[in-house]
Design a protein around this ligand. Structure first.
Ligand SMILES: Nc1ncnc2c1ncn2[C@@H]1O[C@H](COP(=O)(O)OP(=O)(O)OP(=O)(O)O)[C@@H](O)[C@H]1O
Length: 243
């Protein structure tokens, strides 16, 4: 069964077609990569999945719920992190996690916060204001917030942005472990191709709002005759420029 079913989805901003009739699924228990150059339409797609933007056309089904008519049932079972969406800056890290935990009605919230603080090495940051943290510290708090309700669908926009290589590696292993233990589906937008190769069973390649190719990382690498996904990405991006 699929956690996400997107059919013929479009979104325009004035004359700009940000997302252009895309269709895809995210199976339960899978991590799917959403790739594309700057302005390809990844964030717009994720925003529609979250119900933040209303599509001009098409349908989105999340965890069995039609987002046009029944989105609150789905929103309770999903979560997201994005470096482009700031957490309330005046609240401490602990207050932030508590607010989101209450919003999602998380049972035994203090234990959940303590577990996440341990998992993402946040214990020494719990009493610090979110606005006063470094970029990498904010990313770790955003990931803890994204997991607070043990979501069945996790939407991740650049989840390791600003993390040092050691912490990024640790976070990737935590995301893999969460998917394996929970059976959650993950949609991952990332510019880090080695991260995508490691985490994603399949990828969707976006260009100018369309999905121009899709498949497993290995299949795409073979189809384009390249050594890795980074080279495939560059080949598609350059083809786009000359198109
Ligand atoms: N609120 C908005 N108003 C007008 N145009 C927008 C708006 N949001 C996005 N766009 C445009 O829609 C297109 C897709 O943008 P989007 O942010 O979805 O791309 P992206 O793939 O996430 O890019 P990046 O990798 O740079 O984050 C771009 O041309 C962008 O300028």
């Amino acid at each position: 069964m699929s956690a996400v079913i997107v059919r013929d989805l479009s979104k325009c901003f004035g004359a700009v077609t940000a997302v252009d009739r895309i269709s895809f699924t995210v199976p339960n228990g899978a991590t799917i990569g959403l790739l594309g150059g700057n302005g390809a339409g990844k964030t717009t797609t994720i925003s529609m999945l979250l119900g933040i933007l209303v599509p001009d056309q098409g349908s989105i089904e999340v965890l069995g719920h039609d987002m046009a008519h029944d989105r609150f049932a789905a929103l309770a079972r999903m979560n997201y992190s994005s470096p482009y969406v700031a957490l309330p800056m005046r609240l401490t890290v602990a207050e932030n996690l508590a607010v989101y935990g209450h919003l999602y009605n998380v049972p035994d919230l203090s234990t959940r916060i303590s577990d996440l603080a341990h998992e993402f090495d946040l214990k020494s940051l719990l009493d610090r204001r979110a606005g006063a943290l470094s970029a990498g510290q904010k990313t770790r708090v955003a990931l803890a917030k994204a997991l607070i309700n043990r979501p069945d669908l996790l939407l991740l926009d650049e989840p390791t942005a600003s993390l040092d290589p050691d912490t990024a590696d640790y976070v990737r292993s935590r995301l893999e472990a969460y998917r394996a233990e929970s059976g959650a589906a993950i949609l991952l937008a990332s510019h880090n191709m080695s991260e995508v190769e490691r985490l994603c069973s399949r990828v969707l390649m976006m260009k100018h709002g369309k999905i121009v190719d899709r498949g497993t990382p290995d299949a795409l690498i073979a189809r384009y005759g390249r050594d890795d996904l980074e080279q495939v990405f560059v080949a598609i991006a350059r083809a786009a420029t000359s198109a």
